[in-house]
Structure formats: C-alpha cells, structure tokens
Design a protein around this ligand. Structure first.
Ligand code: PBG
Length: 325
C-alpha cells in the first residue's frame, strides 16, 4: 500500500517526531484570586483546587508557581463588600487590592509576568462592568475613562501587561492613549476581543463575587450564536492597537478561535474559563474521566489556533508537561 498512515504511529519516537501540536509551559497563564484580609488561603467552592489568597499568603504560592515553571499569571482582585460603589473606585485606587498585590508579587519575584484583568464588575455595587445610566444600561463612553484610569493604576503599580475584559466599544484605543500619555508605551494590551455572554463564567462570578445584581451582560458581551461578529470585534481591536487578541470562552468556541487565527496575525489567546474547568475537574476528581482528559482538551484549544491559554489547569498541566505526558 502506497499510503499507510499507521507507519508514522508505530512507536513513541516516531509519533513524537511528527506531532503537530504541543502545549508548552510558556503558553500558559495561571489566574490568581486575591482577597482582602490576613492569613487567608481558602479553596473556592465552585473551583476545586483554586484558592482565594490574602496578600500575606502569596509568598508560598508564587514560589510554587515558579517551581512548576509557570511564567505568567493573571490577577483578579476582590475588594471588601463595603468598598464597592457605583463607579468601582477601588479598581483604580493606587492602594486597592490589585495594586498592592502587583507590588507584593513583584517584590517576591520580579521575573514573574504579571497580567491584570481590567474591569469593573468586581468593584461596582451593582456588579456590572461599567457605569450605569438611569435605565440600568451600561454607558459605553462614560465607562471608557474609568477603564483607562484602572489600566494606568495597574501599570503604575508594576503590571507587565493589562487585559481589558469589559467589552466596551473603543476601550483599547482609550487605554492605549492613556498608558502612552503616562509613559507606559511598552505595556502591552491583551484585549478580551471576542468575549461571549456565556453561562460558563458562573463559577468565576462566585469566586470573584462579581455577578450582576440585576439583568445580565448581554448588551455588552457577545451573543454565543455569532461568529462573523467575532471578526468585526477582532478587527476593531487590531485597529485600536491591541497587542494580543483573545477569544473567551475556549472549548465551546474552538471554531471561533480558528477563524480569528486564520484572519489575523497577532498572537491569539484563549480563556479556558471557570465553567470549563469546573466540569472537567469534577469529572477527574470523581473518577469519571482520567487526567489525560485535561491535557487532551487544552491541546484542542492550542490545535484550534490559540498561541496562549489562560487556564486554571496550568498547575496540573505543568506537572504533566514535566512528566513528559
Ligand atoms: C470580568 C471577567 C469575567 C471573567 C474574566 N474576567 C467574568 C464575567 O465577564 O462575567 C470570567 C473568567 C472565568 O469564567 O473563568 N469581567
């Protein structure tokens, strides 16, 4: 037989030689949730094996991350309930939870690449990602100046990269301008370009205490039914100066990742979100699936075209990559 594809599957060495896709530890970004208080390392009930950390508990965690070879983290801050207000002021307070966390982490290890989520939902009393008008509609243009202030305060605290996740129109341009004006022209923007209004964020909202107190996010996040629109969102972010594009969630949107990858040459990130993690993690913990399912599903995100993957599985994957999976 002239064509016998099984020839290249004959043994480990040959399979490795022709393997098209690999997950590298450098591709992974690990999310961290930082809370106010002291002596806190509490497992998040909706996200098994993921914890809330107070600042004083970060030393050990950052060392573990480093020892595993993980190079990038993305930070989410959770302020005290009484600090939340209509415009999320704690989000751009130079002494807010995230700003202190950035400084602390950089003090522990200046090499770790610290990315910050730029959004307001964890900081607003109403849980929406922007400033509300009377009817409860999120005012796009009013929100932009707040987002710019948040991004600048993160950069001032030492963030290496900012990642706006609010889905306001025009925010990348406004944030770029504000960062440049303050001299942060080398701080890249990883834009949550294509972010769907997904039910898969459920466990995160519990973890970050950021669920909207009324309504939903459908007037700013995308309709899960749309993929042409993903290219419009990506195009706008390219034009506005984003350095890295992102599709979120990942596993239910592999087709969208592929379309964005085929159409744009910027590095592409995908967010393997909390619901995707929680489902698979519980299946593995309960013995329904073996651990290999984790590697296989993250591999599918890479194969679909993501260069960078934000995932709560980063630690599990680091171990699998080390053991040469
Ligand atoms: C903030 C934000 C959310 C996530 C990342 N940044 C929640 C949301 O948009 O409601 C979700 C991450 C996850 O589910 O893992 N806007």
């Amino acid at each position: 037989m002239l064509r016998r594809p099984r020839r290249l599957r004959i043994n480990d060495a040959t399979r490795e030689l022709v393997r098209e896709t690999k997950i590298n530890i450098e591709d992974l970004i690990y999310p961290l949730f930082i809370v106010e208080g002291e002596n806190i390392k509490n497992e998040i009930s909706s996200l098994p094996d993921v914890y809330h950390f107070s600042l004083d508990m970060l030393d050990e965690e950052i060392k573990e991350i480093k020892d595993l070879g993980i190079k990038h983290i993305i930070l989410f801050g959770i302020p005290h309930d009484h600090e939340k207000d209509f415009c999320g002021s704690e989000a751009y307070n130079d002494n807010g939870i995230i700003q202190r966390a950035i400084r602390k982490i950089k003090e522990i290890d200046s090499d770790i690449n610290v990315i910050t989520d730029v959004c307001m939902c964890e900081y607003t009393s109403h849980g929406h990602c922007g400033i509300l008008t009377k009817g409860g509609y999120v005012d796009n243009d009013k929100t932009l100046e707040y987002l710019a202030n948040i991004a600048v305060s993160h950069a001032k605290a030492g963030a290496d990269m900012v990642a706006p996740s609010d889905m306001m129109d025009g925010r990348v341009k406004v944030i770029r301008k504000a960062l440049d004006k303050e001299g942060f022209f080398n701080v890249p923007i990883m834009s949550y370009s294509v972010k769907y209004a997904s039910t898969f964020y459920g466990p995160f909202r519990e973890a970050a205490n950021s669920a909207p107190s009324f309504g939903d996010r459908k007037t700013y996040q995308m309709d899960p039914a749309n993929s042409n629109e993903a290219l419009i969102e990506a195009e706008l972010d390219v034009l506005e100066g984003a350095d890295i594009l992102m599709v979120k969630p990942a596993l239910s949107y592999l087709d969208v990742i592929r379309r964005v990858k085929d159409n744009y040459n910027l590095p592409l990130a995908a967010y393997n979100v909390s619901g995707e993690y929680a489902m698979l993690k519980s299946a593995v913990k309960n013995g329904i699936l073996s651990e290999g399912a984790i590697y296989e599903s993250i591999l599918s995100i890479k194969r679909a075209g993501a260069d960078i993957i934000i995932t709560y599985f980063a630690k599990d994957l680091a171990k699998m990559i080390k053991d040469n999976k």
